[in-house]
Design a protein around this ligand. Structure first.
Ligand code: SAH
Ligand code: SF4
Length: 366
């Protein structure tokens, strides 16, 4: 398999049908191939018994089915699994599987690094290297299925969240193609509610997404005033809160979504006062919104600390009393640095140094 051959993983069904048609094959070959790839996680042509031997031989020499390579795999005491994946040229991204009683959530990366520069985030501190292709995004889900199926038996991916490394809406085209495969009946067949795109708030892309997809939307809000959000989520300087929220309500209406999820990291003494809870409630009240309070996962070298639990509870109560559904996320996998915001693959062409000590063990593997 030559690495330069076109990789058919991650091609949306329409593109794959066109591809087969262009090679003189029947378009339904696309569905056959997708079943092998996404239902069974099969990437070996020789196993695809309903494709003729001739066709398999042609495909094996002209195209590829290439998955990201596993660099390391770490398992947390709570069952969370984190993989560091080699995506070529010394670049690594991370992917995390979080098993729960009735679902298994796979947190995938959309970029190598991130350009958004949020000061509390390990990925942001690395700077940006490149976008992942749809093949590399969908490849993570295929790979996780193979790894979990092979090694853990019962665990399987029921939900995919774009909360790994990168800003998914800054990689719009490949994100949309990947979501197409995730939600296609002949792809992973996940319902739109089980695929969540989390964004720091790229307003024009939220509008564009509503036109082409209806996956679940999550917004990394983290602050209820522009002054503070300008600091915590710098893209806010370009698209302030009012503009962002208007895009969210519009997204919910156009995609007929029950709600938009607002992620809010609780940063000790920064954004966690009861007054700030009331400001947040005023922004969201009467809108299709749900709040997810996230414990800050320590990233060495940042000035932030985790809000003590009693204050998280009091903050939550203010929101609940105003009728806003608010859940508190439990930290998962923090013993293996697999929690949100702790993902830090390695970048050969790092934009910024120094990396925190916490991320050095990953970097040193290159
Ligand atoms: N770039 C996108 C998606 C990836 S980040 C976004 O920002 O939404 C996924 C989530 O992890 C975001 O809500 C982000 O704010 C959060 N996060 C980043 N650093 C974190 C940290 N140190 N502790 C907890 N959550 C963090
Ligand atoms: Fe990028 Fe999200 Fe991290 Fe901000 S929180 S730097 S947008 S990955």
């Amino acid at each position: 398999m030559a690495a330069s051959n076109q990789n058919l993983i991650g091609l949306p069904r329409a593109e794959l049908e066109n591809w087969f048609a262009a090679t003189g094959e029947k378009p339904f070959r696309a569905r056959q191939l997708m079943r092998w790839l996404y239902e069974r996680g099969e990437v070996d042509w020789t196993a695809m018994s309903d494709l003729s031997l001739n066709l398999r031989e042609t495909l094996a020499t002209s195209v590829s089915l290439q998955l990201p390579a596993v660099d390391t795999r770490a398992q947390s005491a709570d069952g969370t699994v984190k993989w560091s994946l080699d995506v070529g040229s010394g670049q690594r991204v991370e992917m995390v599987f979080i098993p729960e009683a009735r679902r298994g959530t796979l947190c995938v990366s959309s970029q190598v690094g991130c350009a958004m520069d949020c000061p509390f985030c390990a990925t942001g501190r690395q700077g940006f290297n490149r976008n992942l292709s749809a093949a590399e995004i969908v490849g993570q889900v295929v790979l996780a299925g193979r790894e979990l199926g092979l090694e853990q038996g019962a665990s399987r991916v029921t939900n995919v969240v774009f909360m790994g490394m990168g800003e998914p809406l800054a990689n719009f085209r490949e994100l949309v193609r990947a979501c197409d495969v995730l939600t296609d009946d002949f792809g992973f067949g996940l319902s739109r509610r089980r695929v969540t795109v989390s964004t720091s708030g790229l307003v024009p892309q939220i509008d564009r997404l509503a036109a082409v997809s209806n996956v679940a939307l999550a917004i990394s809000l983290h602050a209820a005033t522009d002054d503070l959000r300008d600091e915590l989520v710098p893209i806010n300087r370009k698209h302030p809160i009012a503009e962002l929220l208007a895009a969210c309500w519009d997204y919910a209406a156009r995609t007929n979504s029950k709600q938009v999820t607002f992620e809010y990291i609780m940063l000790d003494g920064v954004n966690d006062s009861l007054g700030q809870a009331r400001q947040l409630a005023s922004l969201l009240q009467g809108h299709p919104a749900k709040v997810n309070l996230i414990p800050f996962n320590p990233v060495a070298g940042t000035p932030y600390g985790r809000t003590p639990q009693p204050r998280v509870d009091a903050f939550r109560k203010v929101l609940m009393d105003r009728g806003i559904v608010t859940v508190t996320r439990r930290p998962r996998g923090d013993d293996i640095d697999a929690a949100c915001g702790q993902l830090a693959g390695s970048l050969r062409n790092k934009v910024r140094t120094p990396l925190s000590e916490k991320t050095m063990h990953t970097v040193n593997r290159t």
